[in-house]
Design a protein. Structure first.
Length: 148
């Protein structure tokens, strides 16, 4: 029998793929004529089965450890749409609260009608950031002292 046939039979007997079968003594193996002879060669350890190659976990463990330290969590690692992490509504709420807080701190310097108008503008998303709101308030000069 040829080595290729012996290898195929050995793989079948050992319940593994042909790539995992190794024939250590080719001369002894070529003497085999039957399936029973191949079985005997396996028992005598002339034909062996290599250990299966698995996927190591060390890289995954290292990656997990880095994540626990707070790494690998930047904007480049995010998946999904920009609003998957934080909804439009949540963003609007946070922005509006910050702007209203700023507006409240400026309230004493403003007359009531200007305050109310600006408050409504904040609600309507007229300003993208707190900085824009602050610039608007400066340009308007809507303070009590300047209005008179």
């Amino acid at each position: 029998m040829g080595l290729v046939t012996i290898k195929r039979l050995a793989a079948d007997l050992m319940k593994c793929g042909e790539s995992r079968v190794r024939i250590l003594d080719a001369k002894k193996a070529e003497e085999a004529l039957t399936r029973e002879d191949v079985r005997r060669l396996v028992k005598e350890r002339v034909i062996i089965k290599l250990q299966a190659i698995g996927v190591g976990r060390s890289k995954a463990q290292r990656k997990h450890e880095r994540k626990r330290e707070g790494r690998r969590r930047g904007p480049g690692s995010k998946k999904g749409t920009p609003f998957a992490a934080k909804s439009r509504k949540r963003r609007w709420i946070e922005k509006t609260r910050a702007q209203r807080k700023l507006l409240k701190s400026m309230k004493q310097k403003m007359d009531n009608s200007a305050y109310r108008k600006t408050y409504r503008m904040v609600k309507g998303s007229a300003f993208r950031t707190k900085k824009q709101l602050a610039i608007y308030l400066e340009e308007k000069g809507s303070s009590k002292g300047e209005a008179q």
